[in-house]
Design a protein around this ligand. Structure first.
Ligand code: B12
Length: 260
C-alpha cells in the first residue's frame, strides 16, 4: 500500500518539541513577569508558590522603597495573574492555584499593614462570595484593592445565604455591595439579593463579579452592575460616591473602566 497521501507534516507538528517547550512555567513567566527586579522577585514567589520566602521577600522590597500598594498590585497580584494564565493553559492545576493564592495572601497581609492608615474612610461596601459558592480568591483580591483605595470593606466571607446578605445590608448600610460567583449554579443569587433589596426599598448598586458572570448578566436585573477585574472595582465605587446610580454606572461603564 502506498503512503503517498499521508500528511507527515501534520503528524510532526503535533509533537512539536519547540511548541511544547514554550509552555513551561518559566518560559511563559519570562514574558509576563514585571521588569522591575523587586517586583519580579515578589511576583516570582507567588508564581513558584514559595510560601516560606514570601514574607522576607515582601519585607525586603518594602525596605528598598517599593510602595505597599504597588507591591500588592504589580507584584503579588501580578504573580497570581500569571498563575491563572498557566492554569488556563493547562500548565498549572488546582493545587498550584491554591498554593499560589495562599502565598499571595500571606504577602498581601504583610504589605497591607504598611499602607498609610488613619485617613477618613470614603464609605462602606459589603463584599461576599454568593450563596453556595466557595470561590473567594478573586473576591479577596478585590477587597484588598477596595481597602487600599480608602473604602471600608465589610467582608462577609464565602457561601453567604441571600437572606444573611440582605440582613447585613440593613445593619451596615453600605453604599454598594458585591457578590462573587464562579459557578453558573450560584450566580442567580445576585438577582435574588437585588430583588429582596428592592422589596425593602434599598436601591444600592449590586455588583455581580467573578468568572461565572459577564456584563450582560450583571445588567440583566435592576440594581445590577458589573466589574470584570478586581482593580476596576474602586473606580466604579468612586463614581457611585460621586452620585452615579446603577443606571448611570451602566451608561458610563466603558469610560469608567477604560485602561484599567
Ligand atoms: C480554586 C478553585 C476552586 C477552589 C476554591 C478555593 C477558594 N478559596 O476560592 C475549591 C477547591 C474549593 C473549588 C471547589 C469547587 N469548584 Co472550583 N475552581 C477553582 C479554579 C481552579 C480557580 C478559581 C480562582 O480562584 N482563580 C484565581 C482568581 C484570581 O482568578 P479569577 O477567579 O478568574 O478572578 C479574576 C476575575 O474573575 C475577577 N474576579 C473574581 N472574583 C471577583 C470578585 C470581585 C468583587 C471582582 C470585582 C472581580 C472578581 O478578578 C480576578 C482578577 O482580577 C476554577 C477554574 C477557573 N478557570 O476559574 C474552578 C471552578 C470555578 N470550579 C468549578 C467547580 C465546578 C467546583 C466544584 C463544584 C468542584 C466539585 N465538583 O467539587 C467545587 C465547589 C463545591 C462547593 N459547592 O463547595 C468550576 C465552575 C464551573 C461552572 N461554570 O459552574 C470551575 C470553573 C472549574 C471548571 N472549569 O470546571 N474550586
Amino acid at each position: 500500500m502506498s503512503n503517498a497521501k499521508v500528511d507527515y507534516g501534520a503528524i510532526l507538528r503535533r509533537y512539536d518539541a519547540e511548541l511544547e517547550n514554550v509552555s513551561t512555567p518559566e518560559a511563559i513567566a519570562a514574558k509576563m513577569l514585571p521588569s522591575d527586579p523587586h517586583l519580579k522577585e515578589v511576583a516570582s514567589t507567588v508564581l513558584y508558590m514559595k510560601i516560606r520566602d514570601v514574607g522576607p521577600v515582601v519585607m525586603k522590597a518594602l525596605k528598598e522603597g517599593i510602595e505597599p500598594l504597588e507591591l500588592i498590585n504589580n507584584g503579588l497580584v501580578a504573580g497570581m495573574e500569571i498563575v491563572s494564565d498557566l492554569y488556563a493553559q493547562h500548565v498549572y492545576y488546582l493545587p498550584e492555584i491554591m498554593m499560589a493564592a495562599k502565598t499571595m495572601e500571606i504577602g498581601i497581609s504583610i504589605a497591607e499593614k504598611q499602607i498609610p492608615g488613619g485617613r477618613k474612610t470614603k464609605g462602606k461596601v459589603i463584599m461576599h462570595a454568593v450563596e453556595g459558592d466557595p470561590h473567594d480568591i478573586g473576591k479577596n483580591i478585590a477587597a484588598v484593592m477596595m481597602r487600599s483605595s480608602g473604602f471600608t470593606v465589610v467582608d462577609l466571607g464565602k457561601d453567604i445565604a441571600v437572606d444573611d446578605v440582605v440582613a447585613a445590608v440593613k445593619k451596615e448600610v453600605p453604599f454598594m455591595i458585591s457578590g462573587t460567583a464562579l459557578m453558573t449554579t450560584t450566580m442567580t443569587a445576585c438577582v435574588s439579593i437585588a430583588e429582596k433589596l428592592q422589596a425593602a426599598k434599598i436601591n444600592i448598586p449590586v455588583m455581580a463579579a467573578g468568572g461565572a458572570v459577564n456584563r450582560d448578566f450583571a445588567e440583566s436585573f435592576d440594581l445590577g452592575i458589573y466589574s470584570k477585574k478586581a482593580p476596576q472595582t474602586p473606580a466604579i465605587a468612586d463614581k457611585i460616591l460621586a452620585g452615579y446610580d446603577w443606571k448611570k454606572i451602566r451608561e458610563n461603564w466603558d469610560d469608567i473602566v477604560e485602561g484599567i
